[in-house]
Ligand binder design. Structure first.
Ligand code: PGA
Length: 259
C-alpha cells in the first residue's frame, strides 16, 4: 500500500451500476492524467450487490494497482444458516480484500453489539481480509474517553498482537457522521486526542506501537487536508462525499497536494 489510504464507504448508494461505473471512471481519468507517481491507495466498498462488477471494473481500469475492493460488512460465521448474511469466504472469492467492521450505523441503528463486532473482526482475520475497524463515541460529552476504552477493549478482545497489528482503525465519532442529526466534522486536534486514547489502550493491551488510523465523519474537500496533514492520520473513511464524483476527485487532489 502506498501513501495515504482513502476508503470510500458507499453505503446504499449509488442507485445503479452505471453510476458506480461513472464514479470509478471519473476517478480513473483523474489519476491517469497525473504525470507523477501518486502516493495514494483507494478502497471502494460498494453495496454488496455491486461487489463483483465493481471488482471487474477495478481490474480492467488503470486503478488496478492502487484501488482495492472492500465490503461494508461480513458475517460472524463462515458456514451457517444466517439469512441475509454474506460470509468471509464468499467475499474473498469475489476478490474483496478489505472489510469495514463495526460501522456505527451497524452498531447503533442495527443493534450490533461489541461482542458481534468482535466475532465479525475474527471472521475477517480468519479469512485473510484486512479489517477496517470503526471506533467512535456517540457524544463528546461526559466520559467519552472511558467509552472509547471500553469499546476498544471489547472490540479487540481475544485477538493476538499480530492480529491487531493487521487492523486499520477508523476513528469515526458518531456525532460527526454526515447523515446524523446535527452532524459536524471533528477538528484535527480533537480527533488526535481520541486517537491518542485508542493508541494508548492498544499499546497497553497488545504492545502495538503504531496502528494505522483513518479519520471518518463528514470528510469533504473543505476539511480533508486538515486531518490528513497530521502524521498520525494515515487516511480517511469517506461516506457521502465518496459517491459525488467531482467532490471525491477534489478530495484526492487535495490529499496528493499534501504529499
Ligand atoms: P460521512 O460518512 O463521510 O458521510 O460522514 C462516513 C461514514 O459513515 O463512514
Amino acid at each position: 500500500m502506498n501513501g495515504k489510504l482513502i476508503v470510500a464507504n458507499w453505503k446504499m448508494l449509488p442507485e445503479s451500476l452505471a453510476q458506480a461505473q461513472e464514479i470509478l471512471e471519473f476517478t480513473d481519468d483523474y489519476l491517469s492524467s497525473l504525470s507523477e507517481k501518486r502516493e495514494l491507495s483507494l478502497v471502494f466498498c460498494p453495496p454488496f450487490v455491486f461487489t463483483e462488477e465493481v471488482g471487474k471494473m477495478l481490474r480492467t481500469s488503470h486503478l488496478e494497482h492502487e484501488a482495492f475492493l472492500g465490503a461494508q460488512d461480513v458475517a460472524t460465521e463462515d458456514r451457517a444458516a444466517l439469512t441475509g448474511e454474506v460470509s468471509g469466504p464468499m467475499l474473498t472469492k469475489l476478490g474483496v480484500s478489505y472489510v469495514i467492521i463495526g460501522h456505527s450505523e451497524r452498531r447503533w441503528k442495527l443493534g450490533e453489539s461489541d461482542e458481534t463486532v468482535n466475532q465479525k473482526l475474527k471472521a475477517a482475520l480468519r479469512n485473510g481480509l484486512i479489517p477496517i475497524v470503526c471506533i467512535g463515541e456517540r457524544t463528546r460529552e461526559g466520559k467519552f474517553k472511558e467509552f472509547l476504552e471500553e469499546q476498544v477493549t471489547k472490540t479487540f478482545t481475544g485477538l493476538t498482537a499480530d492480529e491487531v497489528d493487521k487492523c486499520i482503525i477508523a476513528y469515526e465519532p458518531v456525532w460527526a457522521i454526515s447523515t446524523n442529526p446535527g452532524a459536524h466534522p471533528d477538528t484535527p486536534e480533537s480527533a488526535l486526542e481520541s486517537i491518542g486514547v485508542i493508541k494508548k489502550i492498544l499499546n497497553s493491551k497488545f504492545s502495538i506501537q503504531n496502528p494505522m488510523f483513518l479519520y471518518g465523519g463528514s470528510v469533504n474537500s473543505n476539511n480533508v487536508a486538515g486531518f490528513l496533514k497530521e502524521k498520525e492520520i494515515n487516511g480517511a473513511l469517506i461516506g457521502g462525499a465518496s459517491v459525488n464524483k467531482e467532490e471525491f476527485v477534489k478530495i484526492l487532489e487535495l490529499i496528493l497536494e499534501i504529499g
